[in-house]
Write a protein that binds this ligand. Sequence first.
Ligand code: 26W
Length: 811
Amino acid sequence: MATYSKNGVKKEIIGKLRRHFSRDVAEATREQVYQACALVIRDALTDRMIYTQNELNEQGGRQVHYLCMEFLVGRSLRSNAFNLSMQEALEGALADLGYEAQDIFAEEEDPGLGNGGLGRLAACYMDSMATIGIHGNGYSIRYENGNFRQKIENGVQVELPSSWLDTGAVWQISAMDDVREVRIGGAVNSIWQDGKLTVEHVEYTPVLAVPYDMPISGYHTDNVARLRLWQAKSPIALDMQAFSQGDYLGAVEKVAMAESISKVLYPEDNHLAGQSLRLKQQYFLVSATAQDICARHKAHYGTLENFAEKNVLHINDTHPALVIPELMRILMDEEGMGWDGAWHIVSQSVAYTNHTVTPESLECWPTDLVQAHMPRIMMILAEINERYCQELWNYFPGDFERISSLAIIADGQVRMANLAIVGSFSVNGVSALHSDILKERVFADQYHIYPAKFRNVTNGIALRRWLCEANPELTSLIASKIGNGFISHPSELQVLRNFGGDAVLLRDLAAVKRRNKERLAAYIKEHNHIEVNLDSIFDVQAKRLHGYKRQLLNIIHVVDMYHFIKNNPHVSVVPRTVIFASKASPNDTMAKRTIQLMLSVAHQVNRDPDMEGKLKIIFLEDYRVSLAELIMPAAELSEQISVAGREASGTGNMKFMMSGALTIGTMDGANVEICQAVGSENIFIFGMGAEEAQSLAASGEYYARDYYNTNPALKEALDHIRRGFDDGEEYNDIVSALIDGGPGKTDHFMVCRDYESYGLAQERVDQMYRRPENWNYMSLVNIANSGRFAADRSVAEYAQNIWRVHTSFAY
Ligand code: 26W
């Protein structure tokens, strides 16, 4: 590990400013200073990345290729400086140059290459792979427009483009010598030659995949992982044939079509839009990636026969599942292997993680779309399906219905989950509960056929980013008690449990929380122009807006609290600041209406003098990684209130916990394991369990209106919401969708069913908050037990149980 001095770093920054921007410090803009700092760090990282790649190649171990349509990496400058132990030198250098480091860090636009949990998890895992010494390569798409920027205008969400490349490109190095060609569309001619079938792909549209490499640093190590992002480029600048015929539009159209593939990230999270461009994106990613991995492997070993021994391709959710037929294509069509040999290699090198069980996100693609865009892949899929259905016959003889439900191709659709399971050697869920649901329900038949494939790896988060960088004061406080070993070995946080009786520590903990609350309050003041009460509970729900996550449950309860305070002006209440931060998918009307409802409620509550000091509602615009880094450390109550059985894991729950927030939540996803870790007395659990929720939904007899009729507080809140608020907005649509239909027809996520129990849990929260020493103790217990939710542990489990690669990290 190199060490860095303030003066050395300063000299380098000055040099970069001169050489790259022809500016002296005095004339440079803040953005140029940011760029210069990034270049200094990038140099250090690139050297290490090359070294890491060479070193690990030499060792000849198995490489992990992590394929994901999303990588929500967050800002890079500070985190790389931190990981390289350069942060102090950098901050000192910037101070000498007259800059506040925080301001320079804030120059970096969040690279929004993801929507939510899936993408953020991928980024956390890259950090851990680099840190614990795994030869990790991430593969994704270099979307020119990442996730949209959210603005609230007149109470509604509007979407704006984000230009992350202006400040993000500096972290990427293009590798023009590794450009791959992806072939879209066209037709396939099958030719029998010398008793062998050869195929010829003709009339396709070639699209170049240009790689941009982002070095991802590990903590306290020279190891650097590589995230390769593909950008689509047309091989021709202009269609000269069309051009010379005077068809000028036609001449550029082809180019634009090819390049549209990497233009934009689909903003749908947990919801299938099914557009053909998305399918092209998926194939573009997997084709470029599979070619890349094969070419590199072959360059090193001279053969692909030992491919599975040396490579594992991890597919995140089913989005990259076409890598299975694409690898088959390469091995057969380009390498001349037979079907069985190729299938053995493919199915021994691909591993699949499922990240969601919401029915509307299980991917299916119309066969004619697949046929049109990738005809050779469709042929291979048909063959995989044919062979698989024959195998199924042995397991379920005569059971046509079951066989067709398990088939990869049926009813004119390619079912990506079935493909992913058949073509992988490992299938895992992302929390214990979720993995059980996969085995028992969603993939029960597949589990019957391949019991040994199924595993669990509970998600984890990057402790360095979410604790050390986001919450430096808490980090120092912890280190002052237990040393800083926990930064590399998160399980050491357990030692904090010994300090439960240390009244000074508990007070210090509260003081750190208070200062983090002040930081967030200042942000709220600046952005929302609202003054919040620092003595109130900072009660936060920050995550994508989705019906199953039940932001509605929370906001109905807020209206209920509002009524209570209105009707009982002299009763002392525990003051609350309820904070929401959430993006809705642009075409999810209900989600957008829910945001509007939050804003209407906020509008009324925040202006009502009776609420002064007691209740405030804050909606924080444009939720993104950098905002999460400000929110998590300041939160005291973490809302994890999905209907049980729907949230595969959740990772926000872990980030809040690690910063000492207490969870109010259902027994869903990783909440179950959080509850086990901290003990049920240190968490506020409410509502139905997953089994109960499942059988109630399946019964078709759930009748939300019964709850409305029998719970006066719920009735009053819903009536109010239906009537509307003093901004003139009424919400008949939302309330109607909850209670105006017959049994089994409304309130899909059973908000009304869990309402009472949620309210009681919130009362327990209030009671506990009145006893700060108890609250602080609970907070300590949460921090102490958060180590098992560090990504280092998750990645080590992947390494040992799935990837079978060596790591020296022991949890
Ligand atoms: C095809 C549309 C689409 C897009 C994204 C379907 C599904 C997705 C993702 C898989 C949704 C997602 O991000 N799932 C989240 O994954 C996290 C990481 O494992 C979990 O913690 C969350 O519970 C899960 O919702």
